[in-house]
Structure formats: C-alpha cells, structure tokens
Design a protein. Sequence first.
Length: 284
Amino acid sequence: MLSDMTQLQIAPSLRLDDIRHLVVMAKSVTGISLDETRTDFIAGRLGRRLAANGLTDYAEYCRLLKSDMAERVAFGEALTTHTTSFFREKAQYDWLLDEGLAELQDGGRTKGRETVFWSAACSTGQEGYSALMTAHAARDGGLRSFEPRLVGTDLSRPVVRRAEQAVYARGETDGIPAELRPRFLLSSKKSTGIYRIVPELRTQSTWRNANLVTGHGLDGIAADVVFLRNVLIYFDAEIRQRVIDNVYRRLRIGGFLMTGHTEASHARRAGLELVRPSIYRKVA
Ligand SMILES: C[S@@+](CC[C@H](N)C(=O)[O-])C[C@H]1O[C@@H](n2cnc3c(N)ncnc32)[C@H](O)[C@@H]1O
C-alpha cells in the first residue's frame, strides 16, 4: 500500500493568484488571452513545463518565469496551438485563383516586382505553400507576368524550422488537390509516405520567427496578400487591434487580407473594405 502511495504523482494545484499571474504572463509573452476559468486547459498545457523544470508548485513556476527568458519561450510554446493544413478554408485559395490574383495585377500594380504572400501565423508552413501553389496554378492558367514570393512568420521557432524543412507525412498532404501533387511534392526515396515541397517553392520562401503583437521580426515586410488566419481568436479585443494594425501597415494598398472564416469581424478597420466574407482589400 505504502509503495503504491509513494508512486502516486500529485498534480500541482493551481491557486487563483498563480492563475492570474499566468494569465498576465501569457498576454505579455504571446498576446494570448487565457480564460481564468479554464484551469484544466492551463494545467494541461503547463503541467509538462513544471515537470521539465522539476517543480511541483505553480507559484515556484511563476517565479521561474520572471527570471528565466528561455522558460518564457517554452511557456509560450506550451500555450500556442499549431493546427493547420494544406488548402485549409479552400474557398479563399479558389477566389485568389479565379479573381484575386488577376485583380492584383490590374493596372500593372505588381509589374516589375515580386508579388508577396505573407503567411503571418504560418505554423508548419502548409498555408504559405498552398498560397505559392495557387500562384503557380494561376501562372499556368495564363497569369504569366508575376513572380511569387512567400514570407512565413510565427511566434514559435520549432514550427518555423519545420516550415523551412518543408517535409510532410502523407496524411498531412491530403488537402493538396490531386492535380497539384505531382508538380509540387517530391516523394522521399528513403521513407514511404514522406514528401517534400519542391525546391522551386522552397527557394521562393523565407521563414522567420516574429511576434504579431509586438511587431518583433516583422521589419521589411510589404505584402500583397496576407493570411492572418486562426490566430486572432486567441487574442482579446485590444491585442487583436494591435495585431491588425501591425499587419495593415505591412499590406500594400490594393492588397488582400484573408482571415479565418470565424474571425472576419475581428478585422474590421478603417482602410480595409470587405470583398467577401473573410477577405478584405486595403483601400487606403
Ligand atoms: C492555429 S495556428 C494557425 C496556422 C495557420 N494560420 C492556419 O490557419 O492554418 C496559430 C499559429 O499562430 C501562432 N501565434 C500565436 N501567437 C502568435 C503571435 N503573437 N505572433 C505570431 N504568431 C503567433 C502560433 O504559434 C500558431 O502556429
């Protein structure tokens, strides 16, 4: 009996003071607005961080967060969600192919320069590569005179590294339309069911760590199409506004901002006009 008891892992308990501290910290490190009542979520995400640091108490963990920059990064990592897929919310890519990309070229707006796609919370890269595949499909369809370039940014360094590697398991590539697969995917010679994005798209891509809330890492971006999808939902109204402003400043006039379909109302702002649900055009 005693030996059973000694093996029991006691889950550290979250006190209200700790929760409040973690909520403030989450907002300052990632911008994410944690719900104080979702203690299961907080404990589920952070329990591993306590264990990794050999701690059994959240108050100690809060003290560690104050003094340890590396742990703050790991904390942000533990709280973020990286779910993504190729051609997620496909209607937006279809619209780009059928209308949006041609409209970008109207009046020679992009003539003589690259057309820049920015995947602003890129996770492991599928969103950005889907945009490039769409751009190439548009070129094949006759929209010849533009050179696509992709910039992918994310708060999380590990996902940015994965995006750059551009290696995906078969299940992850399911969203890629059948007609695009032979052109943009290479099969691994060593492992079955593993694919890599072709060099042509990889060389057109740049990936970097950046924070949409503080603007850190966003210098020099001037985009024609921004994908800001499935990230605004994690922020409160004040942080959302800051993120939208940071993105708006880096979107060229006449360019498009795509949000997640549940997030469209969050992007309302002077200077952005709604083209269709979850697609905005910068007009001023
Ligand atoms: C759910 S994924 C969305 C991925 C992709 N945009 C999509 O719609 O499929 C959210 C991404 O936002 C990133 N993220 C969260 N807070 C961020 C911030 N403050 N700055 C930049 N990226 C952030 C996360 O690391 C995560 O990879």
